[in-house]
Design a protein around this ligand. Structure first.
Ligand SMILES: [Zn+2]
Length: 154
């Protein structure tokens, strides 16, 4: 469930092809950190301001569609950014769609616009999007997070 029913103004049936490939608004991306796992949820969400009372939300992935929601619904979407699947944020803002100096009101203050993680193998700090938490890491690696480069070398 993307947004609680009580905050949904309208649910629009839409063909996947009708969704813009590059929608306007601020976008969130699901951050898949386990290589080889196929997820059946939503991979991307775009929040488009229509007015103070109404926002358009396009979402895509295995599930897709369009919602018109109240501001409380957008606040719920913002809360996803603080959901943390262990070491790495599960949802990340697409930094190209957001002004880091003036993020939207619904992004919680504690959220980094471009979060980073530290690789437990090479100790490099990388973008959270490059951080992986594979299930079967070799025991020589002292922690759950590896960067893409180290993983590719396995
Ligand atoms: Zn590394």
């Amino acid at each position: 469930m993307l947004v609680s029913d009580e905050y949904i103004i309208e649910r629009v049936e839409i063909d996947e092809r009708e969704l813009d490939r590059d929608p306007a608004g601020v976008q969130l991306r699901y951050n898949q950190t386990e290589p080889g796992i196929i997820r059946d949820g939503v991979d991307g969400i775009a929040v488009i301001d229509e007015s103070d009372e109404q926002y358009r939300v396009d979402f895509w992935g295995y599930a897709f569609g369009r919602l018109y929601v109240k501001s409380e619904g957008v606040e719920e979407i913002g809360q996803k950014l603080t959901s943390n699947d262990g070491e790495i944020p599960s949802w990340i803002l697409d930094s190209e769609t957001v002004n880091a100096d003036d993020p939207p009101w619904w992004v919680p203050e504690s959220v980094a616009i471009e979060p980073t993680v530290t690789c437990n193998n090479c100790t490099e700090t990388v973008s959270a999007q490059e951080g992986l938490t594979p299930r079967n890491l070799p025991p020589s690696i002292d922690g759950p997070v590896v960067c893409q480069t180290c993983w590719d070398r396995q």
